[in-house]
Write a protein that binds this ligand. Sequence first.
Ligand SMILES: Cc1ncc(COP(=O)(O)O)c(C=O)c1O
Length: 413
Amino acid sequence: MDIERIRQQFPVFSMPTLKDTIFLDGAAGTQMCKTALDASLQAAIENNANLGGHFSTSSIAQREIDRARCAAAALVNANCAEEIVFGQNMTTLTFHMSRCLGRSLRKGDEIVLTRSDHEANISPWLELAKDLELTVRWLSFDLNTYGFNISEIESSITERTKIVALSYANNVTGTINDVAAVAALAKRKGAIVYIDAVQFAPHGVIDVQALGCDFLVCSSHKLYGPHHGILWGRLELLEALIPYKPRPTSDKPPFKFETGTKNREAIAGALGAIEHLAWIGREFGGSSEQADKRQQIVAGTRTVVEHEQVLVQEVLEGLKGFTGIRIYGYCEPIELCRRVPTVSFTLDSTPSEVVSQHMAERGIRLWYGNNFSTETIRALGLDENDGVVRISLAQYTSQDDVHRFLSAMDNFS
Ligand SMILES: Cc1ncc(COP(=O)(O)O)c(C=O)c1O
């Protein structure tokens, strides 16, 4: 992959004020690619109308949403575009969907949550459990491998389990969880499986058919698009669920879950972001113009993953030499296929907040703290506020970015 050509697709790198900036904050939100920005702008200028009108701006707006749904369906390998629901962000979609799923739950039913999840896939279910008096069971993760323990999964998911909510990749440790194995166990017990793929989506090929889950959610703003959420749900389930919606809104999925006026600028931008991934597949991944969108997206994602794996290996090798460093999610030997390029660490000598300030002064943007993964931070035995220093690589991260970050770390050696 030609990193310079990739960076040219991101207007932020030609802004004079941001020229020397290093973005290592992609896990919190990536920079927007040009195709996403152009598509959002076009939606706001050329087809700015509500849906359902007989005039051109309205029909073009509808066509763009239909195209975005098809592209998102290709991204996750859905059966059809009707399985894609757009919403404000992953958190809001999950609160909404948890309420809809809750309509069929009763006091004493069980749900399974994990300590490897962001609050966005914990709090909605805890609120539901409080309201309906559900029993919550927790899956922990192994502090050596950072993955789930299969025997614990087997004992936690029972005939009483109605929902299992878990993350595809942890936003602190970077661990890719074996969601297919959990889904298989859960489905055997008749439970619904709800997957948070926010952190996995930019760094891996999603295939909901192979995963065997029922719902999967991700965010366009971690995928080089604007702030918006994308939910995939199995069509029979979406059809059966009773939504919370205004009466005149359609009773059919996905429309029944998309309440109010749609954020068409964001949906158009999400389409632009997926098109960008397909473009990488065509340019660098060996996928042809003739290949279908799914094949191009898969090729694009694999190309990006290859690039990121080289860099994350360099980061991990570089960091492990520092004295008094603890890297979370790192175990020997490094299995790059089991992690996304997000690396969190603490220094015995220095609070994470101080490291973050030091980096910010050098134009290096990264995050510190609990990153909304309080269960993970607690399980790691860390301070809930100071948490970790977290860097996350993206498709536009260059080797020079990595070198500059590692040399800025020299201050703490
Ligand atoms: C793993 C994970 N899940 C969910 C979210 C929340 O996503 P959204 O901003 O779309 O609500 C985040 C945000 O950082 C995350 O890292």
